[in-house]
Design a protein around this ligand. Structure first.
Ligand SMILES: [Zn+2]
Length: 238
């Protein structure tokens, strides 16, 4: 292989490493933000469920107190029935007892429904607390990993950029310019194998003539399909 072409192979490798790190660095803040938002969401959802449960518990206590109150009033009138002198007053008192009874029945019904609700919610909430905890700890681990990566990536990127610059110095400036343009336009791949008689990037079938030139490795040939530079990778075979 022409050493100029061999340099392009090295350049593609070095520039791809830099490109991957640049992409990763650019995406890190968004990824961190997304995990932070998920964390906040998990906490908020649980808090909402806790608040609903507390509210139902409060209403249950309120209804139970109300029930006691009505029961006490009913008992009080019942206790006074024997002391009532006139029939009219007696009938009125009986009616009042009846009214309290009806009221008590309604409240008892409400208490039973609330008891069921609170029991269900307590059980569901216990499960959700555990799920949230597990989910939160997974998210926190992801966040730590991403934050750690943020701290490392600048040094890695600087080293990769330096390595790419060193290789680029061996490439003719005009050729380097062409190579860089293809690299930027073609998502970080400017040079691609032609083994098997097809372009490994765009899968276009290559003519025997192109394959012959590429195999010889003495001239620069670009793919008709995607404009990337082609080379024959000795490690891939025919
Ligand atoms: Zn191609």
């Amino acid at each position: 292989m022409d050493p100029r072409l061999a340099n392009l192979v090295d350049l593609q490798k070095a520039m791809a490493v830099r490109h991957r790190l640049e992409k990763e660095k650019a995406e890190l803040p968004e990824r961190i933000k997304a995990v932070e938002q998920q964390l906040a969401q998990v906490g908020a959802t649980l808090q909402e469920a806790e608040a609903t449960f507390k509210e139902h518990e409060r209403r249950l206590r309120e209804k139970e107190a109300e029930l006691q109150d009505v029961q006490a009033k009913e008992n009080k009138i019942k206790g006074q029935l024997f002391q009532i002198k006139t029939n009219k007053e007696y009938q009125a008192a009986l009616q009042e007892v009846e009214n309290f009874k009806v009221k008590r029945g309604q409240i008892e019904e409400e208490v039973l429904i609330l008891l069921d609700t609170v029991d269900d919610e307590r059980r569901v909430l216990q499960e959700r607390r555990e799920e949230s905890k597990a989910h939160e700890s997974r998210l926190k681990m992801t966040l730590e990993r991403l934050q750690k990566r943020s701290g490392e990536i600048d040094a890695e990127l600087a080293a990769a950029a330096q390595a790419a610059d060193v290789v680029a110095r061996n490439v003719d400036p005009d050729l380097l310019g062409r190579f860089q343009r293809v690299f930027d336009a073609k998502d970080g791949v400017a040079l691609t194998p032609a083994n098997g008689d097809y372009c490994h990037s765009c899968q276009v079938h290559l003519t025997p003539h192109v394959v012959q030139v590429v195999k010889r490795g003495q001239d620069f040939v670009t793919c008709e399909g995607c404009s990337r530079f082609l080379y024959w990778d000795s490690e891939l075979g025919d």
